[in-house]
Design a protein around this ligand. Structure first.
Ligand code: GDP
Ligand code: MG
Length: 698
């Protein structure tokens, strides 16, 4: 719990101190250190400050400051005395007070050994791979940007510490342009990770370090994971990681998160940084933005510094830089300050001064200075392998074909067509087997049961109902297998690139395309994937039209309709329904264009190098989707099968008689499955409906 939550007179032991630079240092100097006892002298509700006693001194802290300190109190210690195995071994002859003190100390020590680590980095730099390999999780890895859309938590033990690892969405910077950037920033400020691991793609180091420079501004305890180190070595480049670490003021650990090399060492370093056990590892540096900009930063910072309550949460230098850049989110923070008018006036003056002197906006000048810092650091540490004549990489060669003016579209369409062909045509075989198995299983179970409503419920309601949905499992797995293959190889990013121009015509972006294709599998992850679209307009329109993409769950209904109404052209009708959805999506997008405000944000579409997808990752994604589907079947679908069966079965006519066969069998296939639920919607319960390929709908 937090120190601020303690009542007057309560005693507690300190677990850790969060918060920032000088604020944190001051607290630690005052004696707020792990393991120290603190007593509340006076904590009146709504009253600020709160008075504490620590190592014999009386100290008052503001409420915001006390919120930054984690403690354990006596109530928690009492509970632990009963439940914690460690504490049960305490000698019997100890007094009550002594036992409690030991429990307090033990709990504080134990909680101090829990470290919260947040992963930040550019999209596609390998954060999720690192997250998975360290925590044993199975999150989605993909070779294009925007795969991870929210924070995922994983837990593992390392060197006696429990580490909570948080995987965050990828961002190129920490400005306030995209929802992802805001999300990551909010997470870093509010969730207060103890250590930040900044994952840097070593094969693309210059651009990746831009984010690092912003993390430096935020003044958080950070370790750099120099990931994809294998690719850097493979190219023959050399990097002095130790020297780079010294220049950045944070340790740099080479890692290969694809196979786990360097990961244990990375977390060893994380622990060292957390424990401050090696002061040479981390130090706070300031990136020099040039004399003029620095003058402005210092002026704004001094004004911000007057507002004590933000100092615990933010680095004031970071706030000053962001405010000078014109960051809208930080403007909101500043707007709450009593001296906001002075700040606003100061910023206006400084902006004008810089524009007059440097002929550019402060924002642009700050970006330039950061890149200059990176170039300087790399010039000292990085040595590119010199080739006689530039070699064409495999990626270049593949791209020459798949993004070729004439070939791009045919290849793309061919791949899409193949995906759907495999999904539905190859998928037909396992589908038929499952269909057959379900039928046999129903008949088998039915043979053992007495005629009556219970038998009808189990055979017609449950087995047939769940079975009719189970048959689509192969379709879903095959579709996701292809989507994963395209994502992990890097082709999906090209697909977005190829369709970019077309998508622009309906007011969307190339990036909208991937979520739309995913929509054919399931609309929910598809809509979640739209988060990676930077432009708000494209994002909103994409979200609105995705439901027109026919998801796999609708297939059973389409199949039923196609079979019932177009028995001779079921396949064409099915294709027609799918196409109709796409056409409606396009028309809606065009119409919606006029209603959503424009925010034309230019942004780069990144084309990652092609990578051979790992079999493990592909299997994981495919299985993940299959599992979700199966879970739904065991819960929602099972429940509704019963409800639907119930609705169609009751009330019973007297002459029908409970348990009597209610329909005429027309052919010999799966008698059990041909009875029952289709009768809903006003039809007589006994009437059969012809279905395409002998399968029933939901
Ligand atoms: P994220 O977007 O940062 O979460 O990145 P992912 O974990 O999804 O990985 C992006 C791609 O890079 C995937 O295809 C991974 O297999 C690949 N990858 C991740 N780490 C490494 C690495 O250390 N070396 C190499 N060669 N590839 C990697
Ligand atoms: Mg990810």
């Amino acid at each position: 719990m937090k120190l601020s939550e303690l009542q007057t007179g309560e005693k507690a032991v300190i677990v850790r101190v969060h918060g920032h630079g000088s604020f944190r240092k001051r607290l630690i100097e005052m004696g707020f250190i792990q393991g120290k006892e603190v007593t509340v002298v006076l904590n009146a509700p709504l009253k600020d400050p709160i008075e504490y006693e620590i190592i014999g001194y009386k100290i008052s802290l503001r409420r915001e400051e006390a919120e930054q300190i984690d403690v354990v109190n006596e109530a928690e210690a009492r509970e632990a005395l009963v439940s914690d195995e460690h504490l049960q071994g305490l000698p019997e002859d100890l007094g009550e007070r002594e036992r409690l003190d030991r429990a307090l100390a033990h709990l504080a020590e134990e909680r101090n050994h829990v470290i919260r680590v947040a992963l930040v980095g550019n999209p596609n730099c390998g954060k999720t791979s690192l997250f998975n390999i360290a925590s044993g999780a199975h999150e989605h890895v993909g070779n294009y940007s925007g795969v991870t859309v929210d924070a995922k938590e994983g837990h593992f033990h390392h060197q006696g510490y429990e580490i909570t690892l948080v995987d965050l969405p990828g961002t190129y910077s920490l400005s306030a342009y995209s929802p992802e950037e805001l999300y990551v920033r909010k997470n870093l400020v509010d969730a207060m990770p103890d250590v930040v691991v900044n994952v840097v793609d070593a094969s693309n180091i210059e651009r990746n370090l831009y984010l690092t420079t912003q993390v430096i501004d935020m003044n958080l305890r950070t370790v750099v994971a120099l990931n994809m180190y294998d690719e850097l070595q493979h190219k023959g480049d050399k990097l002095d990681t130790e020297q780079l670490g010294r220049l950045l003021g944070m340790p740099v650990c080479p890692t290969v998160s694809r196979d786990g090399r360097g990961i244990p060492e990375l977390f060893d370093t994380v622990i060292k940084v957390y424990e401050h056990s090696d002061p040479t590892l981390a130090r706070h540096i300031h990136i020099n933005h040039g004399v003029e900009i620095e003058k402005s930063i210092v002026r704004l910072r001094d004004l911000i510094f007057e507002n004590e309550e933000v100092r615990s949460k933010y680095s004031t230098r970071y706030l000053a830089i962001k405010y000078l850049e014109g960051d809208r989110d930080i403007e909101k923070v500043i707007a709450k300050f009593p001296n906001r008018e002075a700040l606003e006036a100061a910023r206006k003056e400084e902006t004008e001064r810089i524009e007059a002197l440097l002929h550019t906006s402060p924002e642009a000048a700050i970006v330039d200075a950061k890149y200059a810092f990176i170039q300087g650091a790399l010039a000292e540490t990085y040595e590119k392998y010199q080739e006689e004549k530039p070699r064409r990489t495999i990626t270049d060669r593949i791209d020459a074909i798949v993004t070729n003016k004439w070939l791009a579209f045919p290849i793309f369409l061919l791949l899409l067509w193949f995906t759907f062909w495999a999904t539905f045509t190859i998928g037909q075989y396992p589908m038929d087997w499952i269909d057959w198995l379900v039928g046999k299983f129903g008949a088998f179970v039915g043979a053992f049961m007495k005629e009556g409503w219970l038998k009808d419920l189990i055979v017609d309601g449950i087995i047939a109902g769940v079975g009719s949905v189970l048959v689509f499992l192969p379709n879903i797995m095959i579709l996701y297998l292809f989507i994963s293959l395209m994502e992990d190889s890097g082709y999906m990013a090209r697909a977005a690139f190829i369709v970019d121009k077309l998508m622009h015509r309906i007011g969307l972006h190339g990036k909208s395309f991937i979520p739309m294709v995913m929509g054919f599998g399931c609309n929910v992850p598809a809509i979640m994937a739209t988060r990676s679209i930077e432009s708000r307009k494209s994002r909103l329109i994409t979200i609105a039209i995705i439901p027109f993409m026919s998801c796999a769950g609708r297939l059973p209904i389409f199949v039923l309709f196609a079979g019932a109404f177009f028995p001779h052209n079921a396949a064409t009708a099915l294709l027609g329904i799918y196409l109709l959805g796409v056409v409606l999506a396009i028309l809606s997008a065009k119409a919606l264009q006029h209603f959503v405000k424009d925010d034309d944000l230019p942004f780069v579409m990144e084309l990652p190098p092609y990578r051979v997808p790992t079999g493990k990752a592909i299997w994981r994604h495919t299985w993940e989707k299959g599992k979700q589907y199966l879970e739904k079947m065991a819960t929602t679908i099972l429940l509704f099968s019963i409800v639907l069966w119930f609705l169609s079965y009751f009330p019973r006519n007297a002459e029908q008689g409970a348990g009597a066969p209610r329909l005429q069998l027309e052919d010999g296939c799966g008698p059990a499955r041909r009875r029952g639920r289709q009768g809903t919607g006003g039809q007589h319960p006994g009437r059969d409906v012809r279905r395409g390929r002998g399968r029933r709908g939901r």
